[in-house]
Design a protein around this ligand. Structure first.
Ligand SMILES: [Zn+2]
Length: 101
């Protein structure tokens, strides 16, 4: 797993800055080094939605197995934190906007 890089100048984004981008859900990102407008790739957007839906899927499966709600909640929160940590690593940037689908 690697943190995303600027496709123009190869500037590597820090985990924190990518995390902030993911919180804002902004489509447009600017490279702090060369100022190139960057966009999330379609693939990374798909990976992101997959990663963030994982906690919900896992806790629903556990709930289906009859585990106590408190326990499922705990697992859900644990995986949610894990997903948030992982999300910046699934990002990759391009300098052209891609169609959503
Ligand atoms: Zn750059």
């Amino acid at each position: 797993m690697n943190l995303p890089k600027c496709c123009k100048c190869n500037h590597e984004f820090s985990w924190g800055s990518v995390f902030r981008i993911s919180l804002k859900f902004s489509q447009e990102i600017k490279c702090p080094k060369c100022g190139t407008k960057l966009y999330l790739t379609m693939k990374s957007r798909q990976k992101m939605s997959l990663t963030t839906s994982m906690p919900l899927v896992i806790s629903l499966v556990l709930q289906a197995f009859g585990l106590p709600f408190k326990f499922t909640m705990l697992i859900f929160l644990l995986f949610l934190v894990l997903a948030m940590i992982v999300v910046p690593f699934v990002y990759s940037f391009v300098d052209k906007e891609e169609p959503l689908w």
